[in-house]
Design a protein around this ligand. Sequence first.
Ligand code: SF4
Ligand code: SF4
Length: 403
Amino acid sequence: MLQKVPEPSRITFFVEADFVRRDQLAFKTGDGVESGQKIQPVLGNLAYAEASLGGTVTSVFSHTGNFGKKYTGITITVDKGKTAAGSRFQEAGRDITIETAGNFLRCIPGGLPDGLFAFADKIHTIVIQGADEDVLGVTRAYTVKHEMAALKQGIDVLRKISGARQIVLTIPGAMASEGGTAGVEIKTLKPEYPAANPRLVARDCLGITVPAGSACEEAGICFISAEAVASLGKARDTGMVPSRKMITVIKKSGEKVMASAVIGTPVGDVLTACSEKVNENDRIVFGGPMTGSAVFSESHPVEADTDIVIVQDAGQIPGVADRSCINCGDCVRICPARVPVNMLIRYLGAGDYATAADQYDLLSCIECGLCAFACPANIPVFQYIKLGKYEFARHNAAEAEHA
Ligand code: SF4
Ligand code: SF4
């Protein structure tokens, strides 16, 4: 059953744009915002969110996300009177082009990948992800099952705006009959994790090995969630940017609920609608159990790509420890990318990201999280790897800028 979360009294957006001084901001407390309005909070920075509801800005603030990524947050107190206005997307017409998609639809439910725009000339294959990447999630599969008409419309839009020669829909093996009506090439995935990982799909389903350290788009393949494709279809059909995001909510009891919430809704509202109470020291995780990240408050908003929300009971949170590696080799045996994780972790732990990348295959990691799951010493190996990749890229970007 689908749990429709009521429209919230306030919404928040995090836009990946940093500001130093407040005079760099395009919005201030008290400004009015209409539903569908494009929010570019930092002057001169093109990153944006799209207001899912209208209202009054009550806060504009700096937010630091995972691995030190900087965002500008904007909170809007919802005013139902401001929710009926159209958007500039509507004015642009229903003939969606790559430019209108880039200008107005990047933050649709499911989220369009940056690579679709950054590598537009290179992309020859689009893979629509009808199977969820992390375990326990059913958000993408839900779209294939219940939103086939919108998905087909979205496929039409994608065909036109991308110019891709091949469009493929990946689905769990058990859903072959549902996926078969989409009118595109179908690839069914093995039931075991991490079969839906983009790099494994590229290798196992398309016969293309994406080089370590390169984005899939650089190899000409763009992965887009089925929900985002259905959202494209709805945008063309209605002339409005869709704003409700589907989320797989996994409660402390293990019960799974499919919820639909307006983007920007505080996760606490979603959990209340799903009759889930969060107690002190419980943990809320955005993303699946293998690759998700904890959020620090029930105010944290549902974002365009929030597919799974898990609540973990304080007494059952899996432990992590800053222990030394006991060199058991379990992580190496389980790694689908054959990364020498036991060696890698030594250099990551010491902050030597260059050696980790140059000699121990840091960039070959496909980010499945299996190593952390397998580690008997409870070392947060996956988190070390994500941090290592982020810091390595940041360092290289800084060097290139100053060269
Ligand atoms: S997350 Fe761990 S197990 Fe998965 S590919 Fe990376 S190193 Fe290997
Ligand atoms: S599984 Fe953990 S303890 Fe074992 S080798 Fe890998 S990092 Fe070390």
